[in-house]
Design a protein around this ligand. Structure first.
Ligand code: VG1
Ligand code: CO
Length: 544
């Protein structure tokens, strides 16, 4: 094997954000850009030498080219075996599953998740550690540090690997195993859920669903599982063919970008259940007829209903949510007498809690729910969980949600995003508010008393690592909250996210329209931070 040492120089800004390194496709195609980052992974993750590396992506533009580059670098850096999804595909949760199942030393996932794809869109790369989860901050920081001093990468001159044929081949001294990207994942789902029961539900003739794969990676997974195995009628899966530009769409499953799905679940003719996933298959949106389940509620409902599901029969041992996620799960944990952890935004913060067996479920308000079955959030898993629950409880989504609210109270919840804001203006807004936080506790704001106000910091209870400046939170005595933070996944300007939550214990007041019910908090959030004034925006770009 002829290893070539290629001279290179560092690129600015290769620090991974909330979930890996995300940049415009053009940036990734700059000669040496992808190579530098990948070499930095090999230079810092010594166990990959002689080990197994899993590689796959969400099928977006540049996915295939990137896989070829990574395979050559992997061979030159002494990786013994690369396990690659056919066509270069692996959904993020399936990659996590494969990394764990094969006892690999890590995986490289190519995705910018819900960000648009195509030649003018975004590309991304993420390193996952042997537990199958996103690398913790210590690892991403080491990789970033290495990108700042890198002066060479190693590669070999080898022909392209055929990614479309399942089976083994070689790149230099490294074995490449192209696997079916769906198989391992399906097996895991069959262990966790009662497929027989869900099959009966679809067979009953009284139940119709639609799943929108948004021309992203979940198409092949959803078609196999829902239509071929579970017997859902053909046409249940919409937009099931992965396309490099996601058909020009925005593969972000929320009320705005999947509005057509919301329509399909509306009114008497609406389907009973609808769901969608994002670019890389880790997010989910769940809808019943005339009923949107907020991701925060979904986490709480899963935790409260775990015992109904085969894989979780003993119930949840604990639950975790990201800080901006509503406190609905906290209520459930309190009633069940199990611990509830509050972590910073980003799935990597759940890894230690899952590994240590402290939690069974975890979730984020950003359409992410998951469990200890893998170390990523998992879109289709969430859909199957709901299907299994519907099949067991023989109730509609609406009934299950209403019932939950009656028992635990409702956490009205909304997130307002201001996208592509001037970076200085956004930072100025956050800095100014941060400076005023210390004086807020005890004050009355818009008729609510502030119980606490801080810049969220987290000490991992398992390894003691500390993460600071994770978002500004203002908690009120009545359980309401306001949270402000800047996105760490965008590639243009800054995105300001404002998260608002309000607790309503009384069933008589649990059926209001969300934005109307929260109008007072929405106005307060603007007033307090001067959003209009500082960003020049009259309204948010996306409301979820
Ligand atoms: C967003 C979400 C966060 C999620 C992250 C990655 O991050 O808010 O909850 O973990 O995306 O999800 P940010 O920094 O933009 O708020 V995914 O499906 O894009 O990998
Ligand atoms: Co995603």
């Amino acid at each position: 094997m002829n290893i070539a040492t290629v001279g290179t120089a560092p690129f600015e800004g290769q620090r991974p954000g909330t979930s890996g390194l995300r940049k415009k496709v053009d940036v990734f195609r700059t000669p040496g850009y992808l190579e530098n980052f990948v070499q930095a992974i090999f230079d810092t993750q010594a166990d990959l030498r002689g080990g197994i590396l899993v590689v796959g992506g969400d099928g977006r533009y540049y996915n295939r080219e990137a896989v070829q580059v990574i395979l050559r670098l992997a061979a030159a850096n002494g990786v013994a075996r690369a396990v690659v999804g056919q066509h270069g595909w692996l959904s993020t949760p399936a990659a996590s599953c494969v990394i764990r199942k094969r006892r690999s030393q890590g995986g490289i996932i190519l995705s910018a998740s819900h960000n648009p794809g195509g030649p003018d869109g975004d590309f991304g790369i993420k390193f996952n550690v042997p537990n199958g989860g996103p690398a913790p901050e210590a690892v991403t920081e080491a990789i970033y540090a290495r990108t700042r001093s890198i002066d060479r990468y190693l590669t070999i001159d080898a022909p392209e690997t055929n990614l479309d044929r399942i089976g083994e081949s070689r790149v230099g001294d490294m074995t490449v195993e192209v696997i079916d990207p769906v198989d391992d994942y399906v097996q895991l789902m069959q262990q966790l859920f009662d497929f027989e029961r869900i099959h009966q539900l679809f067979n009953s003739g009284h139940f119709r669903m639609r799943f929108d794969a948004m021309h992203a990676i979940t198409g092949p997974y959803a078609t196999r599982i829902l239509e071929q195995i579970l017997g859902a009628e053909p046409g249940t899966v919409l937009n099931g063919t992965p396309l490099p530009d996601f058909g020009g769409g925005h593969p972000d499953p929320n009320l705005v970008h999947a509005a057509h799905l919301v329509e399909l679940a509306r009114g008497l003719q609406g389907v009973d259940f609808a769901a969608a996933s994002d670019g890389d298959g880790d997010r989910n949106m769940v809808l019943g007829r005339d009923c949107f389940v907020t991701p925060s509620d979904s986490l709480a409902i899963m935790t409260a209903n775990a015992h109904h599901i085969r894989g979780y029969q003993r119930g949840a041992c604990g639950v975790a949510r990201s800080m901006p996620t509503s406190q609905a799960a906290d209520r459930v944990a309190e009633v069940l007498g199990i611990p509830c952890y509050e972590t910073p935004t980003g799935w990597k913060f759940f890894g230690n809690l899952l590994d240590a067996g402290r939690i069974t479920f975890c979730g984020e308000e950003s359409f992410g729910t998951g469990s200890d079955h893998v170390r990523e959030k998992d879109g289709l898993w969430s859909v199957l969980f709901w299907l299994n629950l519907l099949a067991v409880r023989r109730q509609s989504v609406r009934q299950i949600v209403d019932d939950h609210w009656r028992r635990f109270g409702r956490h009205y919840y909304t997130r307002h995003d201001y996208e592509g804001v001037d970076g200085h203006a956004a930072q100025g807004l956050v800095d100014s508010l941060r400076d005023r936080l210390a004086g807020l506790a005890g004050q009355s704001l818009g008729g609510r008393v502030v119980a606490y106000a801080d810049d969220f910091a987290y000490t991992d209870p398992v390894d003691g690592s500390r993460s600071e400046r994770q978002g500004l939170r203002i908690g009120f005595a009545d359980g309401a909250r306001l949270v402000y933070r800047l996105s760490g996944t965008g590639t243009e300007g800054a995105t300001l996210r404002v998260y608002m939550e309000k607790y309503e214990p009384s069933p008589e007041r649990q059926q209001q329209e969300t934005q109307a019910a929260m109008a007072d908090l929405i106005a307060l959030a603007d007033d307090l931070a001067g959003i209009r004034e500082r960003t020049g925006r009259a309204a948010p770009d996306v409301i979820t």
